[in-house]
Ligand binder design. Structure first.
Ligand code: PBG
Length: 325
């Protein structure tokens, strides 16, 4: 029955009525907080483009992990900045590498907090690409996958709870699954960065992790922002290769992709609200153009409404505090 019998405003009249019919709620239990751990650092080093996020020493990361756990956030995602970089990204699969050491230290102090290990060579290679280079400067898929398998096994040995490959090489999920199983880690889940787009929104991360490519860009392995069907294909292939969770990244410019991947796979879907999305909100809020709290909560709610079960976000700690208030 149309207006005047139907009046949608009836259910919007008071906070209690709005709460009663609210379809999507934010819960810190669905958040993942990313952290940057730097070898050789003492204390913390602010990241200019990401106010509120610092590069951390291992001790500082352990303390921050405790803060995260106390806020009811179940997981951290670790990125490492090694002391030295080389062409083969050896720091990524060194059993005494920065993320391996940080993982052990965090799990020792906070055994119930989940540590997710990001698997990619770009923070560890001197050229900043996500794998091994051929003489012509292109990234060689299959030899890079072998190193991602080594990295995954090394992170598993260090105590990581979830392995998250973010390199976008073909076939890496299947290879990592087989590699983990061979080493006795058949219980360890894989969260695949399945639809990872070649995005301008990674800019601040590359400052933070010191991982900008020295030449060229990542378009020969990360996805074209124009492609939704292909994103679904990527996710379906990762499911066939054994992914336990599939991810869409970035989040806000790709809400349609989150929805399609969720509909098609039925798997737990993670969305990564990336560094540039964070930096935009922080910069606009600092300039007085946006209210930070309502903007962040609206953004995170939209990502959940689009179908994400898990939201990886630098706003996680603030949002958890706001939700609990
Ligand atoms: C590594 C990686 C990147 C991000 C997560 N893992 C950067 C990239 O591909 O350059 C970006 C995260 C962010 O922007 O917050 N490949």
């Amino acid at each position: 029955m149309p207006f005047p019998a139907t009046r949608l405003r009836r259910l919007r009249r008071t906070p209690a009525l709005r709460g009663l019919v609210r379809e999507t709620r934010l819960d810190p239990a669905d958040f993942v907080y990313p952290m940057f751990v730097e070898a050789g650092l003492s204390g913390r080093q602010p990241i200019g483009s990401m106010p509120g996020v610092d590069r951390l020493s291992i001790d500082a990361a352990v303390a921050e992990a405790g803060e995260v756990a106390a806020l009811g956030i179940p997981a951290v995602l670790l990125f490492g900045i090694p002391a030295e970089k080389d062409a083969e990204g050896t720091g990524a699969y060194d059993d005494e590498g920065i993320v391996q050491l940080a993982t052990r230290a965090i799990k020792r102090e906070h055994p119930d907090l989940l540590v997710i290990g990001d698997v990619c060579l770009c923070e560890y290679t001197d050229h900043g690409h996500c794998g091994l280079l051929r003489p012509d400067g292109s990234v060689d898929n299959d030899s890079s996958v072998e190193l991602h398998v080594r990295t995954s096994v090394s992170l598993a040995r260090a105590g990581a709870d979830i392995i998250a490959p973010s390199d976008m090489m073909d076939g890496r999920v299947g290879a990592i699954r087989a590699g983990l199983d061979d080493e006795g880690f058949s219980d360890l889940p894989i969260m695949a960065y399945s639809a990872k787009f070649a995005s301008a929104f990674y800019g601040p991360f590359r400052d933070a992790a010191d991982s900008a490519p020295a030449f060229g860009d990542r378009r020969a392995y990360q996805m074209d922002p124009a492609n939704g069907d292909e994103a679904v294909r990527e996710a379906v292939l990762d499911v066939e290769e054994g992914a336990d969770v599939v991810m869409v990244k970035p989040a806000l410019p790709y809400l349609d992709v989150i929805w399609r991947v969720k509909e098609r796979t039925g798997l737990p879907v993670a969305a990564y609200n990336v560094s540039g999305e964070y930096a935009m909100v922080k910069a606009a809020a600092a300039a007085g153009h946006l209210d930070e709290r309502t903007t962040v909560l609206e953004t995170l709610t939209s990502i959940r409404r689009a179908g994400a079960d898990i939201v990886i976000t630098y706003h996680a700690k603030d949002a958890a505090r706001w939700i609990q208030q």
